[in-house]
Every structure is written in C-alpha cells, then in structure tokens.
Design a protein around this ligand. Structure first.
Ligand code: HAM
Length: 421
C-alpha cells in the first residue's frame, strides 16, 4: 500500500512543469518591463496577520486557513494569499522610507482549505503584484493592464476585465444598510448561501450567480460614492482607455477579501466548469495601517496559475516558447571563429543569441533557429567574411539584407530596425 497526495494538491510532472516554467518566465519578464521587483516572503506567517489583514468575516479566515500551533506554541498559518505577507514585509523592512514607491511581485504556493473541484485546490499558486506608496489612479490602471497583458502574452483569449469601485469603509457601511433594506424582504427567495451571508456580508450577496434575477432595482454602490471616490474611479477608467485595455463596469462585483477600498477588479473567462474568475485585485488604502504600519496606500492583484494553465489547455493553446534575438550560422572555418566572436559581442550587448554546436548542415541549423523562435538568422560564409559583411534574415517577414559585420550589434539593438513581429 502506498501513499497518496493530500486532497486538493497536485504533482506537477515534467512536460507539465515545462508549461509552468514558461508561464512563470512570461510573468517575470512582464514584471521587468513594468518595473516590479521580486519579493520572497515566508510561506507561513503569524495567524493574527491574516485575521487583521484579510478580515475576520471573510470565508478565508472563518473556515479556510491552515492554522496550527508550532512547537514554540505560536499560532501560525500557511499563507492563504500573498498581500498580507508582502504588506507585513513592507512595514517590517521600512520600505516606505525609500524615496520611490515599492513595486513588488511574487509567485508561489498559497493554501486554502476549500472543497476541491476543477480549478479549486488546497495548495494552489499565484502570481501577484503589489504597488505600495501611491494613490495615483494611473497605478491602479497599470496593475490592471499588467494582469491583462499577462493573460494575452501566455496565449489566452476571451479574458474579460470587470471593474468596480467599493469606496471607503464608511461609504460601504452606509451602503450596507441601504442594501439590507432592499434585501431583507426578499430573504426567503434567495439561495441558502445568500441567506447565510446576508447579515454578515450583504455586498457579497449581490455577487451571487444564482440569484441575479432577484436583484433588479437593487441599489448600486456606484451611486453611493462620494466625489473623491468617483473622481478616482473616473481617472482609473481614463487611464485604462489610454492603454486600450477593455473592461466592463460591474457595480455588483465584490471581492472575497475585506481590505479593498476604491478600485476592485476581476479577470473572468469561461471554460473551467462553474468557475469563471481567474484573477483579481484592487486597491487597499487602509491595509498597511491595519497591520500596524504607517498610513500608506497600496494596489495589487493575484492571478491563479492553475486556472491559467487549465484554461490554456481548454483553449488548445500552449504558452509560447521564449524567443531569441538571433541565430548565427557559420559556413567555413574562418567564419566559425568570427561567429564565436560575434555571438559573444551580441550577448554582451544584451541580446539573446544561439549557434550550432553539433556540426550540422545549414538546413538543420535553420530548423534549429525556427525551433528557438529566433527573430533573426544571420549567415556568415568565408566570402562575406572577406568583405566584412553578413547576410541578415528577418524570420517573420523573410526579408533579407546585407549588413556590415561592425554594424550588426547596432542594427539589432537600435529600435528603428523593424521589430514589430
Ligand atoms: P483572490 O481573489 O482570493 O485574491 O485570489 C486570486 C486568484 O487566486 C483567484 O482569482 C484564483 O485564480 C486563485 N485562487 C484562489 N483560490 C484558489 C484555489 N483554492 N484554487 C485555485 N486557485 C485559487 C487574492 O488572493 C488577493 N491577495 C489578490 C490581491 C493582491 N489583491 C490585491 N493584491
């Protein structure tokens, strides 16, 4: 009799892990371009951090945390999400004292004791980003754009962005009463979950899929926002428009965590059974102070990697292989040495380049260039070498040109060379 993995966990085997690595590589590369640096925090934290950070009345804290007393008699919890730990690290390491805002990203396992089903696990993985230290609405839009771009670049289609503003805690408290007055008379008509949830968290009731037809004429939180919240929301939308990021406003969308203020958003897509949310996030201007730090605002997101990969599979798509800039082909012994020199020069200049190491014929080398998805191939024969030239081929268009050897690196690194493949 052997052992089995605990329910809700997965073994990620070779083949599958290669897809994970590609998705993770795309996330890291995206963060580099958007200016987010990696933060690695512990997989477990003091239980109280999540009670205060995530919120006492959330499903996560009420019934999903892996909490235990360690041998030092401390209550610790396996992280159910990434934001609270990042905020704790931001405060503890006084990152708020730095001149610039903190743009941080993370990837790794999270733990929630949930009922396992397609797309829902007890150990799952998130790619998340948190930007701390600014209330600028362009930052909310940037985070939303980063998530949207991630889904596009891994190869998913049909991802929708739903956007809402949940205002401030004061606005929500007032809205809660207004909403309860609307919901109470309908109580008996609503599903079990909604009935149980109504007094504790009526805003989440509005988000119920089954009961939408009972909510016609329900008050909208967007009508309860004050001037400052409305202005912020309008600005976020304007910045999204400027980047051409599509979104729909959904005034009934609320997130499952308590810390959000102002902007809340979710990424949705069909294809994983009953689950349609594949990522989400929002602004949390009170959280840093709630866990004992200075009054610093933040905004971030968390994207589920299992759901991303499940959906890719469902859509018959695979995350794209990483690309290289150039594949160098040498024909002849003198050309070989020049290719060695040239490739090293290109690599020092920041380009990703490859060559043949198996003494293969030109045709096999060109196939290898294709497999590596090289943007360019350059062929150097002894004739070209004598003239100080090299033949450069743009793979996507098939366009060829002859370039001076001394100018190749410049040609590949200057932005005006055609790079819109
Ligand atoms: P969340 O909505 O709780 O937000 O989780 C984000 C994503 O993690 C979900 O959309 C889903 O893709 C994935 N996820 C959550 N639970 C599971 C599960 N049991 N199995 C598989 N995937 C799951 C947060 O966690 C926030 N920390 C996001 C955030 C960051 N907000 C601001 N900054």
């Amino acid at each position: 009799m052997g052992f089995q993995k605990p329910p809700g966990t997965q073994d990620i085997l070779p083949g599958q892990s290669a897809k994970w690595q590609r998705v993770e590589a795309i996330a890291r590369e995206l963060c580099r371009r958007f200016g987010f640096g990696e933060i690695r925090t512990p997989v477990f934290e003091t239980t109280e951090l999540y009670q205060r950070g995530v919120g006492e009345t959330t499903d996560i804290v009420e019934k999903e945390m892996y909490t235990f007393i360690d041998r030092g008699e401390r209550s610790v919890t396996l992280r159910p999400e990434g934001t609270a730990g990042v905020v704790r690290a931001y405060v503890e390491n006084k990152l708020y004292g730095e001149p610039d805002i903190s743009k941080l990203y993370y990837m790794g396992p999270m733990f929630r004791y949930e009922r396992a089903q397609a797309g829902r696990y007890r150990q799952f993985h998130q790619f998340g980003v948190e930007a701390l230290g600014s209330t600028d609405p362009s930052l909310d839009a940037e985070v939303i754009a980063l998530g949207y771009t991630f889904y596009t670049e891994v190869g998913l289609s049909g991802v929708r962005v739903e956007l809402n503003s949940v205002g401030t805690p004061e606005i929500r408290a007032a809205f809660r009463e207004e909403l309860l007055a609307f919901l109470r008379p309908k109580r008996e008509l609503l599903c079990q979950d909604c009935q149980a949830r109504m007094e504790r968290n009526p805003l989440r009731v509005l988000d119920c899929k089954k009961d939408q037809h009972h909510f016609e004429g329900a008050p909208s939180i967007l009508d309860s926002l004050d001037e400052a919240c409305t202005a912020h929301f309008e600005q976020v939308k304007a910045h999204l428009d400027a980047m051409n990021i599509p979104y729909v406003v959904n005034p009934r969308m609320v997130r499952g965590l308590d810390y959000y203020t102002h902007t809340a958003f979710e990424y949705k897509a069909e294809g994983i059974g009953a689950i349609d949310t594949i990522g989400g996030g929002g602004r949390y201007n009170g959280l840093v102070a709630d866990v004992g730090g200075p009054d610093q605002p933040g905004v971030g997101l968390g994207l589920g990697l299992e759901r991303t990969l499940l959906l890719l599979e469902k859509q018959g798509a695979t995350p794209p292989e990483p690309q290289i800039d150039i594949y160098l082909v040498a024909l002849g012994e003198a050309a070989e040495r020049e290719v060695t020199r040239l490739l090293h020069e290109l690599r020092l200049r920041g380009l990703a380049g490859e060559r043949d190491y198996l003494g293969r014929k030109m045709k096999a080398q060109m196939k290898s260039a294709d497999r590596l998805r090289a943007r360019y191939t350059a062929i150097l024969g002894d004739d070209e070498l004598a003239k100080g030239e090299i033949a450069l081929k743009h793979m996507a268009s098939g366009e060829q040109q002859t370039v001076r050897l001394t100018e190749l690196a410049d040609r590949l690194t200057t932005p005006n060379i055609e790079r819109n493949e």
